[in-house]
Design a binder for this molecule. Structure first.
Ligand SMILES: NC(=O)c1ccc[n+]([C@@H]2O[C@H](COP(=O)([O-])OP(=O)(O)OC[C@H]3O[C@@H](n4cnc5c(N)ncnc54)[C@H](O)[C@@H]3O)[C@@H](O)[C@H]2O)c1
Length: 555
């Protein structure tokens, strides 16, 4: 198999060449600056090529150069020109041959970086526009093409080294480092061996003062660790985890619970809180949550409340918890009036997502996690979406790893900008408005969360298409992808009126209006409250009708 290259795209001034060179040095692989490659091959400067052959002549050379560079059998880091991946053919080739990252920056930052860059004809602007306005208008023109090209990585407020580190994490060459307000923590994604590393990584996180510790607290020899585990994954992996802690000189006390949604109740919360207090929890005692999203949410919430906040380590054991629930610090339990109604933000001190733990996961839970993976791919990982569209279950380990890395990395990018869901983080609710209503209508019993999200994604895309926001055909494409992954794309038998009432009840309402996430395209979400009721009703009715062929299958 050929190498998975790392291809950087984005507007001029976003730092593609600087970041690319740093990343290549960090990863020990060659760096190619595509414009430099073209100049060497043509024996003249880009400006001279433009003068002699016009833009079309340059674009032809650029497409050839990209093919040649990406044909290499060992990994390269490639910085493309600002226009390279605006061409759909180039963008598709790049996505097929590796990881594509689109570096982004705000117009005023770009204007500051590019002021005085006289050799860039594209920056010529008339007297009626400022440079910032000119750049903003070019970015608007290019927005959808950049969004569809690859994973957006913001360069605002980061040094080039930090951007290179973020990309290294996306491709699995470093842990993710998240910052939420004053709290920072690492997220490790391992193909295998993560549990074995838990002890040393935990000690390191305490030395660094991660999560709610906020200052260094090296753990003494024989330090106590309070471990709350879901008994199902514990049965398969508990021994490895326990011995990793013991080998690192830590002394775990264990509380085993039954996982699943029923764990997220007030009695279960009280049980965990009692366990923490009965075992002498202190402000720096590590509390570990080992389980799926349910145990992670429950234990995280208990840790947030004990002594007004003790540090929690998330060791997610389901795909859904690895790609979503364990990262970002949202913790909650359910109330009879609805899901996750009692909760808070409590960013973890450490997250260790070990892919090998998923080997014991029942297939249905695996599929449920894929619902969230497809959501993240739609929000910002076009290369992952294309690979998922061409896959069948079970996913290969490499694709699964790409899925976990992409989803965590994208969530990290969003949470970094909006830790408490005031604005940007709301895009992560794509598909969830209808999903929550479906789960609620079935009393949180029949649907796994990711299954409901899959149907919710279909609903959001259909609404978008009917409103003229989402490109026609994207809804059918995603529906086919979800169905091939074994996920439900309809809610046959549900009552549309009940679903509509459930949507109006959504806890994400602002000023009494339900907020929706729609897609203008892959990688291009939009949050809006302006959904016409008749369109919503049409789409809900389309969901409750069994998909074509369902009757024949049952007959
Ligand atoms: N905090 C967040 O940001 C966030 C995000 C998404 C979802 N969530 C929450 O996550 C919860 C759903 O989490 P989930 O999908 O991980 O399900 P879950 O935690 O309910 O676990 C599902 C089932 O899988 C079993 N299991 C877990 N790991 C296993 C393993 N490795 N091997 C065998 N069995 C295993 C559990 O015992 C349980 O029966 C929901 O309550 C949802 O609200 C939270």
């Amino acid at each position: 198999m050929s190498a998975e290259h790392i291809i950087l795209t984005g507007f001029m001034g976003t730092g593609k060449s600087t970041v690319g060179a740093l990343l290549a040095a960090r990863m020990g692989c060659p760096f190619v600056d595509l414009d430099g490659w073209i100049e060497t091959a043509a024996g003249k400067s880009v400006r001279a090529i433009f003068a002699a052959s016009g833009e079309s002549g340059f674009r032809a050379l650029e497409a050839q150069a990209l093919q040649a560079v990406l044909a290499a059998s060992t990994r390269r880091v490639v910085a493309t020109g600002g226009g390279t991946c605006l061409d759909a053919g180039n963008a598709e080739l790049a996505r097929k041959r590796g990881w594509v990252f689109c570096l982004t920056a705000a117009p005023d930052q770009l204007a500051e970086r590019l002021a005085g860059a006289g050799d860039r004809p594209l920056l010529d602007h008339g007297p009626q526009l400022t440079l910032v306005d000119h750049i903003a208008s070019l970015l608007r023109e290019r927005h959808s093409a950049y969004a569809a090209s690859g994973i957006a990585v913001s360069t605002g407020g980061r040094t080039p080294q930090e951007v290179a580190a973020a990309i290294a994490a996306f491709v699995g060459q470093a842990p993710f480092r998240l910052r939420q307000g004053t709290r920072a923590y690492s997220v490790y994604v391992d193909a295998a061996g993560g549990l074995e590393q838990l002890g040393p990584r935990l000690r390191q996180a305490w030395e660094q003062g991660d999560g709610s510790l906020q200052e260094s607290h090296p753990l003494p020899p024989s330090a106590r660790v309070l471990l709350v585990a879901d008994r199902r994954p514990w049965k398969h992996h508990g021994e490895v985890l326990q011995s990793s802690l013991q080998q690192a000189g830590l002394r775990p006390d264990l509380l085993l619970l039954t996982g699943g949604e029923r764990a997220k109740t007030r009695p279960a919360l009280a049980r965990v809180q009692d366990f923490l207090l009965a075992n002498g929890v202190e402000r720096s005692t590590p509390v570990i949550a080992f389980g799926g999203g349910a145990i992670g949410d429950l234990v995280g919430f208990a840790a947030a409340t004990a002594l007004r906040g003790v540090p929690v380590v998330q060791v997610p054991t389901t795909l859904l918890a690895q790609v979503d629930a364990s990262v970002g610090g949202k913790v909650a339990i359910n109330h009879r009036r609805g899901k996750n109604l009692l909760g808070t933000f409590h960013p973890p001190a450490l997250v260790v997502a070990d892919q090998s733990v998923l080997r014991s996961l029942p297939p249905r839970e695996m599929r449920s996690g894929l619902g969230e993976v497809v959501k993240m791919a739609l929000l910002g990982a076009p290369g992952l979406l294309a690979r998922l569209e061409n896959s069948r279950l079970p996913l290969g380990n490499d694709l699964l790893r790409r899925a976990i890395l992409s989803a965590i990395g994208l969530k990290a990018e969003v949470v970094r900008i909006d830790p408490e869901e005031r604005d940007l983080r709301r895009i992560l609710n794509l598909g969830h408005t209808v999903a929550h209503a479906i789960e609620r209508a079935a009393s949180y019993a029949r649907w796994a969360h990711g299954e409901a999200v899959a149907t919710g994604l279909v609903a959001a895309l259909r609404i978008g298409v009917r409103m003229g926001i989402t490109p026609r055909g994207l809804d059918a494409r995603v529906e086919a992808c979800l169905a091939a992954l074994g996920l439900p794309v309809a809610a046959p038998g549900a009552d549309p009126g009940e679903l509509e009432a459930g949507i109006l009840h959504d806890k994400k309402k602002r000023d009494g209006r339900v907020s929706w996430v729609l897609l203008r395209g892959v990688g291009d979400p939009l949050v809006t409250a302006d959904i016409r009721t008749e369109i919503l009703r049409e789409v809900l009715s389309s969901l409750v009708v069994p998909p074509c062929g369902a009757k024949e299958e049952r007959a």
